[in-house]
Design a protein around this ligand. Structure first.
Ligand code: HEM
Length: 403
């Protein structure tokens, strides 16, 4: 019976993607190395925190090469380190503070219409435009170019292209055409100087002209920063606001205790991380828990399951924003640890504070239930649509001028 339940765990099935949590304890307890398939490719799924951490700390046995990208995310040392060092300082904790005012100003501006209507569709009206604005500022790209990239990125043909490349197959002509359009757009911006000075694209273009980046590396670098910088943080803000619909007391604490938002967000990242799984490829045969994983196999690491592993966190399924210390690996671990972790924390904290300053309670819209994000590669976890109704704080009901 239990085995049958585990067998129902299918990473490319929409129902599993919408709510994978019931499977995680079963996988951890009964099948910590679970053979599965994703888009027709055999893979091995790891769910225990200890195993996942060991994989992430061993890039020699578990390589990142094999995805469709030549960016740092799909490279091993020394290429990985060379690429990462090119922009690492831009995303340091201290450096991202330079964007604090921009983030606050934009969050306030985006939230104003929601206040007037006492309703908010989190993704399209708040989180997504906020994170697109911020990453375009950091990259130094014009917003219309960024929106064009964003629209192409949502295209199924582009997802098909990434998948075909990952599986070593020939992309369909339509998928190839979409990818070419995206690549030409990014390369055009770089080579024709269509960027603002002082941004990351200018810096990368200089490195390209100095021969330190190839065409493809430049394209993949910008694509990575854009996609990693946008969708993950959008989902983090959505997941946090969703949790706040069930915890009005935390909304109040965010408003009155400015530091509380930080621990609250860490618990959101632990219990509903916006990046559910990552992957590596074995460079040699590996035996784990008595299971032989051949060389060249795809190993999928369920970060979301690791975050709720009771061997590491007490009462792991309970949302407790007063936990202290490092409780999760939502940003990964080891050499590929998320470059944008401080940026996403700053964006999400600001977005939540703006809401808490003006709203006393958030409610799911009774007429429009949330639509979970599904599809793609089962790495993102959040909502496609999260329509909310807002109970405004009394002072705000009288005047929203404080915004
Ligand atoms: C809630 C928000 C975010 C989450 C949960 C998240 C999660 C992750 C995870 C799990 C990894 C490791 C991937 C692996 O080891 O294969 C990663 C890597 C990365 N993230 Fe994030 N991320 C977030 C936001 C951001 C933002 C805002 C940026 C900014 C551009 C960013 C840029 C990157 C980059 C460049 C890497 C690759 C690092 C490397 O390969 O050395 N991320 N992220």
């Amino acid at each position: 019976m239990t085995q049958a339940l585990i067998e129902a765990f299918r990473p490319d099935d929409t129902a599993t993607q919408a709510d994978p949590y019931p499977y995680y304890p079963l996988l951890r307890d009964l099948s910590p190395v679970f053979e599965s398939a994703f888009k027709g490719q055999t893979c091995w799924i790891l769910s225990r925190r200890e195993d996942i951490a060991a994989v992430l700390m061993d890039p020699i046995t578990y390589s990142s090469v094999g995805s469709a990208t030549t960016s740092m995310l799909g490279r091993d040392p020394p290429e990985h380190d060379r690429l990462r060092s090119m922009t690492a300082q831009v995303f340091s904790r201290a450096a991202v503070q330079a964007y604090a005012d921009t983030i606050l100003e934009r969050a306030n501006r985006l939230f104003l219409p929601a206040l007037e209507r006492a309703r908010l569709e989190v993704n399209s009206e708040y989180a997504s435009p906020l994170t697109i604005h911020v990453i375009s500022k950091i990259l130094g790209m014009r917003e219309d170019d960024v929106h064009a990239i964003f629209d192409l990125g949502r295209d199924q043909a582009l997802a098909d292209y990434v998948n075909a490349k990952r599986l070593g197959r020939q992309p369909s002509p339509e998928a190839q055409r979409r990818a070419d359009t995206l690549h030409e757009l990014i390369l055009g911006i770089a080579l024709q100087g269509g960027y603002d000075s002082g941004g990351v694209v200018e810096q990368l273009t200089r490195l390209f002209h100095a021969g330190e980046l190839t065409n493809q590396e430049l394209i993949d670098f910008v694509t990575l920063l854009f996609s990693a910088g946008h969708s993950t943080t959008t989902h983090l803000i959505g997941n946090a606001l969703y949790i706040l619909t069930q915890r009005p007391q935390d909304l109040e604490r965010i408003r009155t205790d400015r530091a509380f938002v930080d621990t609250f967000l860490e618990e959101v990242l632990r219990t509903r991380p916006s990046f559910h799984r990552i992957q590596r490829v074995t460079t040699c045969e590996v035996v784990l828990h008595g299971v032989t994983i051949p060389a060249g196999s795809v190993v999928r690491l369920l970060l979301a399951s690791a975050n709720r592993d009771p061997a590491f966190v007490q009462e792991a399924d309970v949302f407790n924003p007063d936990r202290r210390g490092r409780t999760h690996i939502a940003f990964g671990q080891g050499i590929h640890f998320c470059l944008g972790s401080w940026l996403s924390r700053l964006e999400a904290a600001t977005a939540l504070r703006v809401v808490a300053d003006h709203v006393s309670a958030l409610h799911l819209d009774p007429d429009e239930p949330p639509i979970p994000y599904t599809g793609g590669t089962f790495n993102a976890f959040g909502f496609d649509r999260l329509p909310l109704r807002l109970t405004l704080r009394p002072a705000v009901t009288q005047s929203s001028s404080s915004i």
